[in-house]
Design a protein around this ligand. Structure first.
Ligand code: FAD
Ligand code: SF4
Length: 488
């Protein structure tokens, strides 16, 4: 535990942010870290609550009270060992996780919860700074070969775990850089891409081979993959949802992922032909999730004239809704740092038409206000409210409507079954598809989700692959208490 009276003595303190006027002029991270003394105090707030619900709140089963205690004691290296025993990449989750653990923190019932995510970030950053995170090559090689398709957080976690078990791992990535959505979805201002490069350098030094511009099923045949002893498919859920609304073919209606990817490429000096820019435009972002929020932040950095955000669902309550009591993930309004940089947020609004000029250029959006009618035993019905039609000037509409599932190319070519939601079918727990030596993890198996889940699935799938190949596994599993393989 932290300090017996820590939670009574110290209030929660979070890292702060550079001023909006300063940060919207570049694409860098803008957090201002707490001092070491402040973080130590935050660690000491952990109150040894007996049953740490945060363990199960975290999809990785992170040993949160244990690393909080070490931080409070100033034992940073031990904290790092504990943290890395369950999480391959705390530098990703420490920046980007929505931190369900904090929503299930017992202290959170009566006060602000422990700042777990920020403590996690400080531990891993300290570990990198001190040089404690070093490549760890396996002592023995098994001679077995593994192909991992996709280099997002699930592919990277799978690869690192299987390499630790002594197998020879090759990661195939169709993009020109490794990282999946961490690289080309999430903007640089939320996580600078050097954070990925720093970790990938460790993975390479540990003996993992990365092949980029390698699109499996297109320029790398699935027959090439069949030469490996096992295949793990971590291709994400990349099929974007579109909006079948009149005028959606207008010049100026753009998929959010195209907009975000282009900007990240430009930040890194890559050539982007005809970049879509928000500069000087009235921008409307359709879709109120993480992707929509990232579009808001990017539009403001590009110098948009105005930014509005539309969401078809009702505005969530400001505080935890009674329908999602502690320790559940709360239904509650989320306001991101991007929203705070300037955004007119609108709920219960539906786009009826994209209006274009005679040249096919988008000039406005027609909307209507809606409500959801709940009929017991039936799906909620969307009702338009008469007389609420409105026209919004708009030169750029960004579609941030989520993803419908993974691409089917590899499934078709290898003969893999899909589930009812068109995800690659494999049971949670064994990650094995209908082809015995082909496994799948992350968004490709569970649908669009979170980084923390992708890492968790990658770790657990790796263990199942190891058992499949070797009959047993020493790789840790979150389902096995005390299985603490403390490796960086
Ligand atoms: C804009 C945006 C913002 C987000 N923000 C957050 C956030 O703040 N916090 C959070 O927790 N989650 C966030 N998410 C969700 C999170 O990024 C994903 O859940 C996570 O990245 C999934 O990891 P993955 O490894 O399963 O798939 P991905 O990260 O999607 O990686 C899949 C990789 O597979 C590659 N691939 C696909 N097919 C092939 C093929 N045939 N051959 C070779 N390579 C292939 C792709 O190019 C990609 O690199 C966000 C998502 C988006 C879109
Ligand atoms: S990975 Fe996410 S849920 Fe797990 S401890 Fe870190 S912030 Fe909490």
């Amino acid at each position: 535990m932290g300090k017996v009276t820590g939670f009574k003595e110290f209030e929660r303190k979070d890292e702060s942010y550079k001023a909006v006027e300063e940060r919207v002029h570049n694409y860098n991270e803008f957090t201002v870290p707490l001092s070491e003394a402040e973080i130590t105090e935050q660690g000491s707030r952990c109150m040894d609550c007996g049953i740490p619900f945060c363990h199960s709140g975290c999809p990785l089963g992170n040993l949160i009270p244990d690393f909080n205690h070490m931080v409070h004691q100033g034992e940073w290296q031990k904290a790092s060992l504990i943290l890395h025993s369950t999480n391959n990449f705390p530098e990703f989750t420490g920046r980007l996780c929505p931190a369900p653990c904090e929503k299930s923190c017992v202290l959170g019932i009566i006060e602000d919860p422990i700042s777990i995510e920020n403590i996690e970030k400080n531990i891993v950053e300290r570990a990198f700074k001190e040089g404690w995170i070093k490549p760890q090559e396996p002592k023995n090689r098994t001679g077995k070969t593994i192909a991992v398709v996709g280099s997002g957080p699930s592919g990277l976690a799978t690869a690192q775990q299987l390499n630790r078990a002594g197998h020879l791992v090759t990661v195939f990535e169709r993009d020109d850089e490794v990282g999946g959505l961490l690289r080309y979805g999430i903007p640089n201002f939320k996580m600078e891409k050097g954070i990925i490069d720093r970790r990938v350098a460790i993975l390479k030094a540990e003996g993992i081979t990365f092949k980029v511009n390698a699109n499996v099923g297109v320029n790398v045949s699935v027959d090439e993959l069949k030469a490996f002893d096992a295949i793990v498919l971590c291709g994400g859920a990349t099929q974007r949802r579109s909006l079948p609304t009149p005028g959606a073919d207008a010049d100026g209606v753009v998929q959010a992922m195209d907009f975000l990817t282009q900007q990240t490429k430009v930040v890194f000096g890559k050539e982007v032909k005809d970049q879509v820019l928000a500069t000087g435009k009235d921008v409307i972002v359709i879709g109120g999730g993480d992707t929509g929020s990232d579009c808001v932040g990017t539009s403001n950095r590009q110098g948009a004239k105005s930014v509005a955000n539309f969401e078809i669902m009702p505005k969530p309550p400001g505080h935890r809704s009674p329908s999602t009591p502690w320790p559940y993930w709360p239904l509650q309004l989320k306001t991101s740092t991007s929203h705070k940089e300037g955004c007119d947020r609108n709920w219960l609004i539906n786009t009826k038409e994209f209006i274009k000029d005679e040249n096919g250029k988008l000039i406005a959006l027609k909307t209507v206000n809606v409500e959801w009618k709940m009929v017991p035993g039936q799906r909620p019905q969307l009702i338009e409210i008469e007389g609420t039609e409105k026209t919004w000037p708009c030169d750029l509409a960004l579609l941030a409507l989520g993803f419908t599932g993974p691409e089917a190319t590899i499934a078709e070519q290898l003969g893999i079954e899909l589930d009812a939601r068109s995800n690659y079918k494999a049971e949670y727990g064994n990650y094995q598809t209908n082809i015995p030596n082909v496994f799948t993890a992350g968004d490709m198996r569970r649908g669009q989700s979170l980084i923390v889940w992708a890492i968790s699935e990658g770790r657990e799938a790796a263990r199942q692959v190891d058992i499949f190949l070797m009959g047993k596994s020493d790789l840790p599993s979150k389902n096995e208490a005390g299985d603490l393989v403390a490796l960086h």
